[in-house]
Design a binder for this molecule. Structure first.
Ligand code: ASP
Length: 294
């Protein structure tokens, strides 16, 4: 039995379907998650991640990605990667081809090129159009846009479980839309954006990266499960902790979701709604989680 979870409605659908297709062709769990995110990154019609995503305040795409294998806690990540997709595949190379955990910025790009990736312009006509539109927005409209639309959540996080209690997690993002150049969020940070440990399960985060990182949301959720909580209770405990300790976390979605090594899963968000895709051996379901009332 393989269980896959993927965050957000449109990009999550592309990622989970591609991850399952890879799985059916015999890919390992880690490779399936990578291929799922790679498909979403390479789809120019998705403004969520990779090619054609929403850029930073300078109109440039800076990508962050991470991947973790629950069997031995090995992990790899890139941040501030420019002009290379899929960023998740570069993160996997960091995990498998170097003794390191994360490579940043220009050196991540150099590393990717040394591994056979080809630089390209990631802005599409549509992402240039949206950037130009954003430049013209008055400050108040811009704030509302960034804080309320699903489109401003430029991340897909995926979790996977296969029989014999093996879990993995991966995340890819262009970060918050219109972010300050050089800003890095939670997604490439092991313990913040993703965490996977076969002893317990996997967790992922998406939404406001600064708040999720301060909370170490993914590691915290896995640790709640380690204490014996079910996946839903663990996600809610993380979100309640954030609501209590980080009052700003209610201003924008901060999401934790989790997949326990026994197949139990759950999700919770501080704000608005969170759509989560679930695939169990090829049967797909979209579940929408409402914000927790604290
Ligand atoms: N967490 C990501 C970041 O802050 C954004 C998102 O999940 O939408 O970079």
């Amino acid at each position: 039995m393989t269980t896959l979870l993927a965050s957000w409605r449109d990009p999550g659908k592309v990622a989970i379907e591609a991850a399952w297709a890879a799985r059916e062709e015999g890919a390992s769990l880690v490779a399936s998650l990578e291929q799922g995110l790679a498909a979403a990154e390479l789809d120019p019609n998705l403004v969520a991640i990779g090619l054609g995503a929403l850029p930073n305040a300078d109109g440039e795409l800076e990508l962050d990605a991470s991947i973790m294998d629950g069997c031995d806690l090995s992990a790899g990540a890139v941040c501030g990667l420019r002009g290379i997709v899929p960023a998740i595949s570069v993160a996997r190379r960091v995990m498998e081809a170097t003794p390191h955990l994360m490579i940043a910025g220009e050196q991540a790009r150099r590393f990717a090129i040394s591994q056979g990736f080809h630089p390209r312009n990631l802005m599409t006509a549509e992402s240039v159009r949206r950037y130009d539109e954003w430049l013209k927005m008055p400050a108040e409209a811009e704030r509302r846009y960034v804080h309320s639309t699903e489109e401003s959540h430029d991340t897909v996080t995926v979790l996977g479980l296969e029989s014999e209690r093996h879990v993995a997690a991966a995340s890819s993002t262009s970060g918050l839309a219109w972010k300050m150049p050089g800003r890095v969020g939670d997604s490439p940070i092991i313990g913040a954006g993703i965490y996977a440990d076969d002893e317990i399960g996997a967790a992922g985060a998406t939404g406001w990266g600064e708040e999720l990182w301060k909370a170490m949301a993914s590691f915290r959720t896995v640790e709640f499960m380690r204490q014996g909580m079910g996946a839903q209770a663990a996600c809610e405990a993380t979100v309640r902790h954030m609501l209590r300790r980080q009052p700003h976390s209610r201003d924008m979605a901060c999401v934790a979701f989790a997949l326990r090594a026994d197949g139990d899963f759950g999700a919770a968000t501080t704000h608005a709604e969170f759509p989560l895709w679930i695939c169990r051996d090829g049967s797909f379901e979209l579940r929408v989680f409402e914000a927790l009332k604290s």
